[in-house]
Design a protein around this ligand. Structure first.
Ligand SMILES: *Cc1c(COP(=O)(O)O)cnc(C)c1O
Length: 462
């Protein structure tokens, strides 16, 4: 019998039980709000935003089960039952041996960097992440990018743009020696590259190489479930495996992990550090008390840990992740069909607009991506985020602006929050701004904070 070729749609594997009303605004309202925010979408008040695609961090909708879990919070200072529930789930789903909860991902990065990095160390990684790199630098280390070249090319259709270039890594190891490299920092579903996955094959090769050199692999597992989806649909031999099985295999190829549970794990706050080495765990357990809280809550309420434990279980269901990425793809395809330049292939957690191509008349020193994010907000109240020269910050040695290849605006989709109709509204707004793109001028920076400047910098039209 011939196989049917009729395309069947996905649909959200949930129904809506409670809604949050949105506020519509006028163009005049939005103009005022934008000026007050110094043309930085991070400084807008959420009440002035219509559809909020700033980030997928902490913006997910929790399930009825997670909310029920919140009521089961055991708020004991020490030894909360929820900690043990979380520990059990982390061990079962991810396979890491020891757990240290933290208030969010950067809390885990802070503690791990302090333990593993010495002054003068080098930390190779598959593209940087803002807080990860800063914690490496604050501990005296230096980040070196070892992602494959395709990741810096928004038009490359390579299916695993999160892959490591082992040649680049080998050069760094030869130059500095393995003893200067405490670990290789590997993100799954690389945020800054556009939510692009690393393949299991690449991870396995990396594991083999680093094992020979005696170097750890530390996993930024913030979006591991989304990466697992891409392995399932794109990598040979994985179509029959469950997301859960693939995640377990990814984690088994690494020595420890930092997690921002605000992303894949479907909670509004939380994170953790997970390691396999007893000695690292003991040091982390001692440091967490200084910076986060006791090792059985790490800056979280008991109820937060319970919601996280339940969220982790929900996040590894195949139907959940298929619908989550299906929605991102829906928006991406709509934009592509209208000729909007976006990073391809479409990534896991959002659509990344290529602002250099969208606004070729604006010099990178006049912040094309920052300008585009401001214009989209002005047009429709849709909030997006700059991921370009502002986010890239300055070189700590020379003080000069880092000039990234990628100058992007990120439309990040929160999990289980917006509908397909919202995606239509977003696409129509971006298309409208594109139609009028020649009228857009760039910005100049009038205030620059010392750390992670993209959060609080202020701008003015040139
Ligand atoms: C968000 C994020 C972090 C930092 O986590 P927070 O919870 O925001 O502190 C680290 N790495 C990646 C890839 C992230 O997306």
């Amino acid at each position: 019998m011939k196989k049917s070729s009729v395309k069947r749609s996905w649909a959200e594997p949930y129904k809506i039980k409670m809604v949050e009303l949105l506020k519509m605004s006028s163009k005049e309202d939005r103009e005022k709000a934008l000026i007050a925010a110094g043309y930085n979408t991070f400084l807008l008040r959420s009440a002035d935003v219509y559809i909020d695609l700033l980030t997928d961090s902490g913006t997910s909708a929790m399930s009825d089960r997670q909310w029920a879990g919140m009521m089961m919070g055991d708020e004991a200072y020490a030894g909360s039952e929820n900690y043990y529930n979380l520990e059990k789930v982390v061990k079962k789903v991810y396979g890491y041996r020891y757990l240290i909860p933290t208030h969010q991902g950067r809390g885990a990065e802070h503690i791990l960097s302090k333990i593993l990095i010495k002054k003068g160390d080098v930390i190779p990684g598959n593209m940087y992440f803002t807080t990860t790199r800063l914690h490496q630098e604050l501990s005296g280390g230096r980040f070196e990018d070892i992602i494959i070249d395709e990741a810096h090319d928004p038009e490359s259709e390579f299916p695993f743009k999160g892959n490591v270039d082992l040649g680049k890594l080998d050069q760094i190891v030869s130059r500095h020696g393995a003893s200067k490299i405490p670990y290789v920092s590997i993100a799954t579903s690389v945020n800054m590259a556009g939510g692009q996955p690393i393949s299991m094959e690449n991870l396995r090769n990396l594991r083999q190489y680093t094992a020979e050199k005696g170097i750890r692999v530390i996993h930024d597992m913030t979006r591991v479930a989304e990466n697992a989806h891409f392995i399932k649909v794109r990598e040979k031999g994985y179509s029959g495996k469950s997301i859960r099985e693939i995640i377990h295999e990814i984690c088994s190829l690494t020595d420890g992990a930092t997690m921002s549970a605000k992303k894949d794990a479907l909670v509004n706050i939380g994170g953790f550090l997970a390691v396999n080495e007893r000695q690292v765990f003991e040091q982390a357990r001692s440091l967490v008390v200084v910076y986060e809280g006791l090792h059985t809550y790490g800056g979280l309420a008991g109820r937060d840990m319970e919601a996280m434990a339940i969220g982790i279980e929900e996040s590894v269901h195949d139907d959940h992740i298929q619908a989550r990425i299906g929605q991102v793809e829906y928006l991406g395809r709509k934009l592509m069909e209208s000729g909007i330049p976006i990073v391809r292939p479409i990534g896991g957690h959002g659509i990344f607009i290529d602002a250099k191509k969208f606004l070729p008349h604006i010099d990178q020193n006049n912040y094309p991506a920052q300008s585009l994010a401001a214009e989209i907000f002005l047009d429709s109240g849709v909030r997006s985020m700059e991921r370009g020269i502002v986010s890239a910050g300055r070189n700590p040695d020379t003080g000069k602006n880092n000039k990234p290849e990628l100058e992007l605006v990120r439309l990040t989709i929160p999990r289980r929050v917006y509908t397909q109709a919202h995606m239509d509204v977003v696409a129509e707004s971006v298309i409208e701004v594109h139609r009028n793109r020649k009228r857009i001028r760039g910005l100049k920076m009038i205030y620059e904070p010392k750390y992670l400047r993209f959060f609080q910098a202020r701008f003015k039209p040139v």
